[in-house]
Design a protein around this ligand. Structure first.
Ligand code: PBG
Length: 337
């Protein structure tokens, strides 16, 4: 047959659309898939009982008292979600300069862990050791003369990590970005008999505007003095982020996290390629809220973009995603996607 179309000169016999022509071919060639095993659900805990308190800046997300959290986590486990990550909204009276409540064995976060592990033993509980929920200034570490002091903060974070492990935490996820914390936490856990407690390092945590709604959720936004630029990584720096992650790997991290997520997919990819450790992205509060807000206005298809962004993390090399959408996604997947 004569070549009658100019495009034939270029494509020859190569046509990408043959594999895209039908649903069955598309399914055959699909490279990445999102499953319930990819989901980690972050939840917010408040003191009291019977409380489900919606967070204005995060439509669809609520702070829950421990009893309500236990119910919600049971549902998450029934849906097959492998793990949750807990964040406490600590009473203002308990917050101080050094975040001393982080060292109270039965503080809100440790009580929540114990209750959840007792009621739902088969779900993984991941706890953060950053001090920001506990400090009166909203910083992740101890503030002295205008400086977030590194080594003293690490000492405290190690003690808090051991208490969290004592309460039943399965994975410690330190997010405060102090130098040397991973090695110190590993030694602290091992010395106290917690060899099986893992460490998911917030290896590359960027100084980001995407955390805004989270700070409302745990009531730190009004408290925060200054910014976190002296300990979080600049959004401009990818190679520095890799060096930071390399230290965490050397110090014994079991898993690495990239935070925020969607604007940092290059980092996800580079970290996965460089180290081969399990890598998790945190689709943070601002990312969630952007999608929700636009969807609520009818400007985008929220469900579609929820699924698309999560799949993109998989394509970028992530082994899983911390996402406030976890339960919505798990329900959708259970119905067949
Ligand atoms: C701080 C912390 C942050 C988040 C979790 N732990 C960031 C911050 O307040 O600086 C953000 C999570 C989110 O935005 O969803 N240790």
């Amino acid at each position: 047959m004569d070549k009658t179309h100019l495009v034939d000169e270029i494509t020859g016999h190569r046509r990408m659309r043959r594999n895209r022509k039908a649903d069955w071919t598309r399914r055959m060639v699909q490279e990445n898939r999102l499953t319930v095993d990819d989901l980690i659900w972050p939840i917010f805990i408040v003191p009291g009982t019977g409380i489900v308190d919606p967070i204005a800046a995060m439509p669809g997300v609520s702070r829950m008292s421990i009893d309500k959290a236990v119910e919600a986590v049971k549902e998450a486990a029934d849906l097959g979600i492998p793990a949750i990550a807990t964040f406490p909204d600590i009473e203002m009276e308990l917050r101080d300069e050094t975040g001393s409540n982080s060292l109270v064995a039965d503080n809100l976060i440790n009580k929540a862990t114990a209750a959840i592990k007792k009621a739902v033993p088969n779900i993984g509980v991941i706890t953060d050791v950053a001090l920001d929920p506990f400090t009166s200034h909203g910083h992740d570490g101890i503030l002295r003369d205008g400086e977030i002091v590194n080594d003293e903060t690490v000492d405290q974070v190690v003690r808090a990590a051991v208490m969290q492990a004592d309460a039943g935490a399965d994975i410690i996820a330190p997010s405060e970005m102090m130098d040397g914390r991973i090695g110190a936490i590993r030694r602290g856990l091992d010395a106290s008999g917690h060899q099986n407690v893992g460490i998911m390092s917030y290896a590359t945590k960027f100084s980001s505007g995407f955390y805004g709604p989270y700070r409302e959720a745990i009531n730190t936004s009004g408290l925060l003095k200054g910014d976190k630029n002296s300990y979080y990584i600049s959004p401009a720096n990818g190679t520095e982020a890799l060096r930071d992650a390399a230290l965490d790997v050397e110090e014994g991290a079991d898993m690495l996290m990239v935070k925020p997520g969607i604007a940092y997919l290059d980092i996800c990819w580079r970290i996965k390629e460089a180290f081969g450790l399990p890598v998790f992205a945190y689709q943070v509060s601002g990312e969630y809220t952007q999608i929700k807000a636009a969807a609520m206005n009818g400007w985008i298809d929220g469900e579609r973009i929820m699924m698309e962004t999560l799949l993109c993390f998989k394509r970028a090399g992530c082994d899983g995603i911390l996402t406030y959408f976890a339960v919505d996604v798990a329900r959708k997947l259970a119905k067949g996607g």
